[in-house]
Ligand binder design. Structure first.
Ligand SMILES: [Zn+2]
Ligand SMILES: [Zn+2]
Length: 207
């Protein structure tokens, strides 16, 4: 009944991709496969995992580069928050430039939605601000939350890109400060993980 977690910084922007999986059933969710699909496929193969979904914390180019290839490889649904649809399908908004990334999610997520894998589940926390459809993903019954580009170990995400909002970012930070426990480990889209207790003071400075 334990879960497994794998993390690696991938691509030119060193974006953290995560695999979270059930150790018994081997069902796995792929979070933010930004690039280097072969590295992800190698781990899936070595651990004998069965990917059942790909979840994007948001739609920026550095988080989505390998998503289409992995969806095809594993024939599993691509999931992102509903409010991220336009950014995902528009290279000008997702900043993919010459890579010309245009994605359409198979599942449009909403706040509070559960995404089960094996005997575990991730819960969608809608945290707009960095983009309108930015989400964090909480692992149920464990002190673990994946924070994308919303909250980093020593900073918060920028709000000056398409669909970003300073006011929404502040509201999302306020919600996290209120609802997230000190012993939660935050796994961000860039850089190292951090404990909520250690990022709390830094977050308050952004309000
Ligand atoms: Zn981003
Ligand atoms: Zn990023």
């Amino acid at each position: 009944m334990t879960y497994g977690l794998w993390q690696r910084a991938l691509g030119s922007h060193q974006t953290n991709a995560y695999l979270v999986y059930d150790e018994e059933t081997k069902e796995a969710l792929i979070l933010d496969p930004g690039d280097e699909k072969k590295k992800i496929m190698k781990v899936v193969h070595e651990k004998g995992l069965k990917p059942i979904g790909i979840i994007l914390t948001h739609g920026h180019w550095d988080h989505i580069g390998a998503a289409a290839a992995l969806r095809k490889q594993y024939d599993c649904p691509l999931m992102a928050h509903r409010a991220e649809a336009k950014l995902l399908v528009t290279p000008f908004y997702n900043h993919s430039g010459e890579r010309d990334l245009r994605l359409t999610a198979d599942v449009g997520l909403e706040d509070g939605q559960r995404i089960p894998f094996g005997s575990h589940a991730l819960q969608v926390l809608h945290t707009p601000g960095h983009t309108a459809g930015s989400i964090c993903l909480r692992l149920e019954n464990a002190p673990v939350v994946f924070t994308g580009d919303t909250i980093f170990s020593d900073d918060v995400g920028r709000t000056d890109l398409y669909s970003g909002s300073d006011a929404q970012m502040k509201a999302s930070i306020r919600k996290a400060l209120k609802e997230w426990a000190d012993d939660w480990m935050l796994y961000p889209g860039h850089d190292a993980p951090a404990m909520m207790a250690d990022v709390r003071a830094g977050l308050e400075r952004h309000l």
